[in-house]
Ligand binder design. Sequence first.
Ligand code: ADE
Length: 260
Amino acid sequence: VFVFAMWEEAEPVIAHLGLIRRPDSLAGLPARLFSLPDESSSRTDVHVAWNGHNARFHGNNVGTTPAAVTTYAVIQLLKPDLVISAGTAGGFQAAGSGTIADVYLSSKCVFHARRIPAAESGAGSAGSGLQQLEESGFAHIRSPPLARLAQRIGAKIGVVSTSDSLDCSSEDLALLRSEGAAVKEMEAASCAWVCQQSETPFFAMKAITDVVDGAHATQQEFYANLSFAAVALKRAVVALIECLAERPFFEWVGLPVGKL
Ligand code: ADE
């Protein structure tokens, strides 16, 4: 299952694969689920979940809350072998990830704006419960080893970092740098956390639309590059599905079944 926040990201994949809407599938949520038609000859069972349209403010349901509930709902409904948070993201010149339309797979997913500081010394210092609490904010959810898949589909690998903000405060930037983030976006770590609870294999797959530490304002750069990056993402999604038709995911990541 591919989980997308934006229709502009999901639509090229839905159209290319000929997926059809399942009207009754995610009751109570704005999310929409698209699946292969019954007559499909595809060797891989592919579904796309889109977080849906925001009825109050219009536009897409971006951010961590819709991402989490959609992911939970599709896991309950489909019991998938693999969930992928797919979409677009910011890259970083300083980290070498500032090329528009490059596609990244996650090495791990973190949150960079869930700051729960432990004290410098005493009660909150290293090894204490408060230190653990600070770390739990960042989440640090490792992805399976994806080097072989990345090489086959022409993607790169990097740390994907999530917050609910499109902009980047100076605190955000400091944390993104200290985590070695290559990719900044608004859903992946949230999906990763939900998948971790049910031991559902997960990774993020993101195409770069803007350079966080570059010369242009993020929002303008994002919209200027969105459709170009969405096409690059669709190509990578299709290549990934071909790989998974060749052999199952656990073989690509070199782990025995049940050890993801
Ligand atoms: N999605 C695309 N670009 C982004 C950015 N710079 N930050 C967060 N989400 C994004």
